[in-house]
Design a binder for this molecule. Sequence first.
Ligand code: FMN
Length: 228
Amino acid sequence: MGCPAPKVSNNGSGSALMKRPQLCGEIVAAVKAAVPVPVTAKIRKGWDGNSVNAVEVAKLCETAGADAITVHGRTRDQMYAPPVDWDIIRQVKQAVNIPVIGNGDVVSAQAAAQLLEQTGCDLVMVGREALGNPWIFSQINAYLTDSCRILPPPGLQERMLVMMKHIQKMCDYKGEHRAMNEARKHVGWYLKGMKNAAEFRRQAGYLESWVQLEQLVKEIMEANCESC
Ligand SMILES: Cc1cc2nc3c(=O)[nH]c(=O)nc-3n(C[C@H](O)[C@H](O)[C@H](O)COP(=O)(O)O)c2cc1C
């Protein structure tokens, strides 16, 4: 119940459901009755600044049987732009008894700890930061469970190895043609902060095959080898 994309919300789906709280509850109840697994709902702060209703929607979802609720602390008209309102997550946490998952701008282990502390939420959900940075999860876990331990960021070799493994799995799952098309943006994300990233990102935009990816990774390694 959070997607802001016009092609989704113009159909009444995604974040547009925030405008129809009763329907949110009915959907949760219908799903709950239909599946044997836990049912969670993900909502936004509201549709816009004049209709902030996350607390109301969360309560209706809880009553309808939701097992947990994720709150993205932005309204639909804020799309993905900061700032995210963590206070609305705190308000939802105080209003319901099911686990609350806080979401929005968790870009580091410290941010995850702050979100948990400031809102009292039970879990955090990471969105965009995970793109090209799957290490964020172990970084958060180390920080939270091991006395604020900060894991060093991965070196170039590990980053490239994990990226290749990721894209290899995409090829296995989707076939090389489709996977390499989608891999273009993932390569761009994995390159964040690297030397000549803009140029390699441009080249990644033309990737069509696994062999081309291997060649590109070789060039990236050569250009950045002092940080291997
Ligand atoms: C490209 C993109 C795709 C997304 N797809 C989904 C989705 O399918 N389901 C969902 O619940 N949220 C989706 N989201 C929203 C994120 O889960 C998250 O709520 C949002 O990005 C805010 O968290 P962040 O600030 O950590 O990125 C998507 C976000 C982006 C940028």
